[in-house]
Design a protein around this ligand. Sequence first.
Ligand SMILES: [Zn+2]
Length: 246
Amino acid sequence: MIALERRLFLSGLGSAALVAGAGFGAPRALAQAVARKVAATPQSALIVVDVQNCFVPGGSLAVKGGDEIVPLINRIAKGFENVVMTQDWHTPGHISFASAHPGKKPFEQIKLGYGMQTLWPDHCVQGTEGAALHKDLNIPQAELVIRKGFHKDVDSYSAFMEADRRTTTGLAAYLKARGINRVFACGLATDFCVAWTALDARKAGFVTYVIEDACRGIDLNGSVAKAWADMTKAGVHRIKSADLAA
Ligand SMILES: [Zn+2]
């Protein structure tokens, strides 16, 4: 009750200050601070990308600090009616594994039929413990788990479109059919699966946010900076969890 009254008071103050505050710096600053908050509307979906055992410390393709974001993601998810989670879900001997290409090492690049592919240590093999979602991820209302990268000869960083850029996962159609128009992405890793998911969300016409502090990156040769540059250019909004309306 107290929280509700406080929210009503703040939103009322925000409107009043917007009208009356032209000559007064402090109220206007407060109004702007209130106005800048981003709301998780009923037409919003949170996409929790690849928070799987292989991608956290101790996993075969560990992202530094990957486990640190789990409590924050749990907290953020409480504000969303719609939550989709993704799992990288590869066949044994998947084309994205360095081990599938004699003489190649993890993190090298190779040219494949659909373009350049970074090669990775074996990770997220279907049905293994490494492919399981992190045990502390606690989002019981999550309504859909999209598994991706399950075609042996095609990788899929994106939750929307496989790396051949033709094969859809069906996620855009699912979200649109349910009236979703905004997506918020978080998870692992910023510069690969989160960025590709956010870029494809924009391509599919969604208003798109990436919650920076609820992500961690791999950062191969400046890939985190490049990913943010690409996302910004595509109109993806870069926000922090504190920017979300409570
Ligand atoms: Zn993968």
